[in-house]
Design a binder for this molecule. Structure first.
Ligand code: OAD
Length: 244
């Protein structure tokens, strides 16, 4: 069954000109980066409270707790390597990369930084929690503890999108523009439950795009043109993209 689905998906890809990849935490799971909602017992939101650690209110209540938690995630990422799924994607520069992931594993696998739309920001940077706009890169292996913004004195915070916050408008506009004119959207390792990001799948589908999904768990149907591949991204993506 999977073989037949795989060849149907390969056919769908080979007849598509404009292809984008919409990825989530499952893409990096096999690099040892925990997902948020996967059912392997390691998922972050089954162990931690997102409102304490990933919201403006949680930061206001206890900023040091939030920074320490992000620095723990940063140190894990510092020791991680791209997996075969990242590498397979990086070998196909004509695929547009739209990701919910805040890690830099696609870039480390060889995708140009300018070619990845990080909808939820990047954990490798801090930005001012006030309004001065200051941003700086942090060393993942030795990220500094809570500290003030050198420009305005407000606290610095990770340059990621928290619950209740809007996405960066330029990044979101570009993702929407791309997804409105695709032949095929490849959805990899996402629970597709967090909006507005997950709405890109519906948008692409409504605009006539085929949808191919790769996930270790069966997922919701993404419309009549949806081809679902169930299995790990590190195995299925290289097989799917071979020869593309
Ligand atoms: P989730 O943790 O919600 O979903 C990860 C998905 O990956 C699940 O559906 C798993 O079944 C699947 N999965 C796990 N391992 C896999 C593997 N090896 N190969 C393929 N699939 C695998 O992660 P996201 O959908 O990315 O927000 O979550 C969306 C957002 O929720 C995140 O960006 C984050 C979180 O709160 C922010 O950081 C703002």
């Amino acid at each position: 069954m999977t073989d037949r689905r795989l060849s149907a998906a390969r056919n769908a890809l080979s007849t598509s000109r404009r292809i984008a990849v919409f990825s989530g935490a499952g893409l990096s799971a096999e690099s040892g980066i925990a997902t948020f909602r996967g059912n392997d017992g390691d998922a972050l939101w089954s162990r931690f409270n997102p409102m304490e650690l990933a919201s403006a209110a949680g930061f206001e209540e206890n900023p040091a707790r939030v920074i320490d938690w992000y620095n723990w995630r940063r140190s894990k990422l510092a020791n991680a390597q791209p997996n075969a799924a990242h590498v397979a994607l990086a070998k196909r520069p004509r695929l547009v990369q739209i990701t919910q992931n805040v890690d830099d594993l696609l870039e480390r696998a060889g995708v140009a930084a300018s070619a990845v739309l990080h909808l939820h920001g990047t954990i490798g940077k801090d930005r001012c929690n006030g309004s001065c706009g200051h941003e700086e890169t942090v060393d993942l292996a030795s990220a500094p503890p809570l500290r003030p913004c050198p420009r305005c004195g407000a606290y610095l915070r990770p340059a990621v999108v928290w619950f209740g916050e809007g996405l960066r408008q330029d990044v979101w506009n570009e993702a929407q523009r791309l997804c409105s004119q695709l032949d095929c959207l490849l959805v990899v390792g996402t629970s597709a439950t967090v909006y507005p990001a997950a709405g890109l799948i519906e948008q692409a589908e409504a605009a006539g795009s085929k949808i191919i999904s790769i996930n270790t768990e069966p997922s919701a149907s993404f419309g009549a043109e949806h081809l679902e591949l169930v299995g790990p991204a590190s195995v299925l993506l290289p097989q799917l993209l071979e020869g593309l």
